[in-house]
Design a protein around this ligand. Structure first.
Ligand SMILES: C[S@@+](CC[C@H](N)C(=O)[O-])C[C@H]1O[C@@H](n2cnc3c(N)ncnc32)[C@H](O)[C@@H]1O
Length: 267
């Protein structure tokens, strides 16, 4: 009996190890595509567009973020708009909202749902780490619901924030949330085998501690040090006004572009 129990436990461990290889076989572009396919499923689009969710308003942590900005009438670029849950209350506050999402059906739903509530928002179908919008056009860029963490590799996140900095007006704000895990699980004995698997399959050679396939649905990078997120944000040329973390999963950051028009966030 105990042999069978031990065998069962071994099989569970083996199963978890095999499952962990899914993250290692994908390169950064594949990881983005993996998440996009998950969100593009009709069930996902329906779920993020349900009226009950859309009318639930901003969460308390999101209200905290928006409180950093005194003027709520400017142009706001919302990255990862989904069905419009945040776009709707932000437009109601007076912002001119442009929602970005790599799933066209999400963008359509957000625009329709806002229109049904008497609000007009704009939409763009883009992948947020390859953002391509006019320079100096936005007062606020908004990435809530840990969207900052959905981008694989530090280099790609820094490039995303550079593009955000370019999109902001002088004095503009980046308000963002990220996955926060202050006590990550130690990597375990499978770490070497996972890296070997990535090398043999020419897969995820850029794996970083904190990378996960969250709920087997999307790529997420979990931060476990404030310094790590601060350095990414500052490398793009923005000033970090504050970073908030706590015992819970989410962290948030408020950043600002310099008021001097001569600032070049690309340098
Ligand atoms: C967790 S949902 C949140 C939706 C909305 N912000 C909300 O809170 O209701 C994430 C949304 O961001 C989009 N998304 C995720 N990663 C993205 C990326 N790299 N580029 C563009 N859109 C992305 C997904 O398609 C999805 O609509």
């Amino acid at each position: 009996m105990s042999v069978r129990v031990s065998l069962a436990r071994g099989l569970l461990r083996l199963g978890a190890f095999v499952q962990s290889l899914a993250l290692m076989v994908m390169r950064p572009d594949d990881l983005v595509e993996f998440s996009r396919q998950s969100y593009a499923r009709p069930r996902s689009v329906e779920g993020w567009s349900e009226d009950a969710l859309l009318d639930s308003g901003l969460s308390s942590s999101e209200l905290d973020l928006v409180a950093a900005v005194s003027d709520t009438t400017g142009n706001l670029l919302l990255l990862g708009v989904g069905g419009g849950r945040e776009a709707i209350p932000l437009a109601r506050m007076g912002f001119q909202v442009t929602g970005v999402d790599y799933v066209p059906a999400m963008v359509d739903r957000a625009i329709e749902s806002a229109a049904r509530r008497g609000l007009k928002i704009e939409g763009l179908v883009q992948e947020i780490s390859r953002l391509d919008v006019p320079a100096g056009a936005y007062d606020v860029v908004w990435l809530s619901r840990a969207m900052y963490s959905c981008v694989p590799t530090r280099a790609r996140r820094v490039e995303m924030v550079r593009r955000i900095a370019r999109a902001l007006k002088p004095g503009g704000w980046l308000l963002c949330q990220f996955h926060w895990c202050p006590s990550p699980r130690p990597p375990g004995r499978g770490r070497f085998l996972r890296r070997l698997f990535a090398a043999c399959t020419l897969g995820n050679l850029t794996y970083e501690a904190g990378d996960t396939l969250w709920l087997d649905v999307e790529f997420v990078h979990q931060f476990s040090s404030e310094e790590a997120i601060r350095s990414e944000l500052e490398e793009s040329g923005l000033s970090v006004v504050c970073i908030k973390t706590g015992p819970k999963l989410g962290g948030s950051a408020v950043c600002r572009k310099s008021l001097e028009t001569g600032q070049n966030p690309e340098t």
